[in-house]
Write a protein that binds this ligand. Structure first.
Ligand code: TXA
Ligand code: MG
Length: 333
């Protein structure tokens, strides 16, 4: 199989919606990362997602819905808490883990009684979901454990020989996967940090929300969260996350990409480049949201440039950098 790369015209979106309705796989852009979609009602398609990614089938998938979609039957009940979060953050990068409804197949939820559901804000995703008419299960469109794709070309390179259609679209605004918040227990809990922070969720709900930091300290933290696996989001190059102060002591024997944003880190990286011929330096904006947006393309660039290692600037502590720090920690595990 060789994937067709389709521009997001109305006709192509219709064609992809029909492919989904017939159980075929379609990769499509969202505001976070590109997803690998299958209609939740097409179990052959759902199975195909796990095969194409090489992902264990007990891992639950996120079901994507269009804005204003009727959730009856797909989720158990739209509680007032859920409705508040939908009103505040959808369409947008927030996945809600809630009890599943009877129409949502266990194949999508990894056998669990709960489902992760989100409404993306990327216009191409919205048009595709509207045209498909049923929720679309979609993990990130990369091979299991690898870096999530933020360009159609990334999907083509990794899955082009395994899926029939890749829908193109504007570059994802957010660049890292959605925040996942579980509403299964009394206290809402962030299972995966993302662009929407625990503090923002708490401000909307008016009740305390467990941060991802608190959740991951709890024994038995849900291992079903695939991003919760130690090693994830990894390029072939070895990733090191370190502060500027540690750069000068390094002995570099391999082609190395240094990525940072602070003046201090970039100055130290430039000094390394003067000392070692095989050092490349990439400067990012110092805003966490901008680093998130560029993160995965930068990690892939290290492989494209045949770098053996990436030295990434260690983000400062605190909620603003939590999501980027989480992805870097896993990329370097
Ligand atoms: O931004 C995103 O969320 C992207 C785009 C494509 O929408 N999708 C994505 O999917 O990141 P994926 O498969 O990489 O992440 C799915 C994760 C699961 O591994 C798990 O962490 C969580 O969503 N999840 C889904 N259903 C769940 C459930 N019932 N209980 C706990 N976690 C669940
Ligand atoms: Mg993923």
């Amino acid at each position: 199989m060789h994937a067709e790369l389709l521009s997001p015209t109305a006709g192509n979106i219709q064609r992809c919606a029909q492919a989904l309705q017939h159980g075929q796989l379609v990769a499509f852009p969202t505001e976070t990362v590109f997803g690998l979609g299958a209609a939740v009602t097409q179990l052959g398609g759902i199975e195909g997602i796990f095969k194409a990614k090489g992902r264990p089938s007990e891992h639950p998938l996120i079901a994507h819905v269009a804005p204003g979609a009727n959730l009856a039957g797909w989720v158990g009940e739209v509680t007032p808490t859920m409705q508040k979060l939908i009103d505040a953050f959808w369409p947008g990068p927030l996945t809600l883990v809630v009890p599943k409804g009877e129409r949502m197949p266990f194949e999508v939820t990894g056998g669990q009684n709960s489902v992760g559901i989100r409404c993306p804000s990327h216009p191409v995703a919205i048009e595709l979901l509207k045209a498909t008419g049923v929720p679309v299960a979609a993990p990130s469109a990369n091979r299991f454990g690898k870096v999530s794709p933020t360009r159609a070309s990334h999907v083509l390179a990794e899955l082009g020989d395994r899926i029939p259609f890749i829908l193109d679209g504007d570059v994802p605004e957010v660049g890292i996967e959605s925040t996942i918040v579980s509403l299964l227990n009394d206290q809402p809990a962030v299972l995966r940090p993302g662009a929407i922070t625990a503090a923002q969720i708490q401000a909307v709900l008016g009740v305390p929300v467990k941060t991802h930091g608190e959740v991951s300290k709890t024994p038995n933290a849900n291992p079903r969260v695939s991003g919760a696996l130690e090693k994830h989001y990894s390029p072939d190059a070895k990733v090191w996350v370190l502060p500027a102060s540690e750069l000068s002591a390094l002995q570099l024997n391999n082609k190395t990409l240094c990525v940072g944003w602070s003046d201090e880190f970039l100055a130290q990286a430039d000094a390394l480049r003067e000392q070692y011929a095989a050092v490349l330096v990439e400067a990012l904006s110092d805003k966490p949201a901008e680093v998130a947006k560029a993160l995965y393309a930068t990690l892939r660039q290290a492989d494209e440039l045949a770098c053996k290692q990436v030295l990434f600037e260690k983000p400062s502590p605190g909620p603003d950098w939590e999501a980027v720090a989480d992805r870097l920690k896993r990329a370097s595990a």
